[in-house]
Design a protein around this ligand. Sequence first.
Ligand code: AMP
Ligand code: MN
Ligand code: MN
Ligand code: MN
Length: 295
Amino acid sequence: MKAMSQTAAHLLNADLHCHSNVSDGTLSPEDVASRAHRNGVALWSLTDHDEVGGQARARQAALSLGMSYLTGAEISVTFAGKTVHIVGLGFDEAHPALVQGLADTRGGRERRARDMAADLERVGIKGAFEGALTYVGNPDLISRTHFARYLVEAGVCSDTHEVFKRFLTEGKPGYVEHRWANLRDAVDWIVTAGGIAVVAHPGRYDFSPNEEYALFTEFKGHGGQGVEVVTGSHSPAEYSKYADLALEFDLLASRGSDFHDPAESHTDLGTLPDLPARLTPVWEALAHRAHHPVG
Ligand code: AMP
Ligand code: MN
Ligand code: MN
Ligand code: MN
């Protein structure tokens, strides 16, 4: 890649995980692109949850600003009874199997949101479904984040992190068990569409060592090739832990802020530490899939 030939690949300012208002971010794809560019990002991917509706806009905005672009999405998966996120990068966003798989994965969200609202009503919080909807940019993609924003507006909590601590998570009011995609299917959709599958923020899952080993073993068995090492969700100790894991499982390493909103997100676009030099960046293997600005 042009932008990448001048410096060592691991030093590239790549941000391959973030959200727009096409899922649960608050900025438009164009505004996320501008912010990434202002922060020095050279290779960018917008990875909205279970949705590729923002890809054309994101790519166009990136290229017009002079940034290279990889298509992206973050797919919700159920593995060992827990929700795991798989980021897909560099795939063909029009591939029928991927398009259908994402549509099926999104499909249950409205029902789930209505059940969440009913559960919140039992603890005295009324109108949460309608309230959350006022924050939704894409009606197919109502998420817990939209409920969190509404509960802050309603004065129930002072910020969205408090909401997730007191509500919407396992064992708390407003949490509704949900079955997302299978790990095998999610990896398949990405790979069949020409992309690379990456385990997102593995430090967040609260798995036992055995469960985590099973996740990575099965992920690789299904054709998964990457892991997020440097992410806004990891501590510096987790950068090291997952750098070791990337080497142990022979996985490509990714880097991404998981930016959602200027006020809510503690990690801004393009501001994370570089990938450790001992790892192979996922963007090396995706060089042929990236879109570059002309000139
Ligand atoms: P959903 O896909 O509807 O289950 O919503 C998941 C989203 O909620 C994640 O992508 C995050 O944006 C957000 N989220 C989950 N847990 C937390 C947390 N503890 N604090 C803040 N945001 C969270
Ligand atoms: Mn999110
Ligand atoms: Mn995630
Ligand atoms: Mn994310």
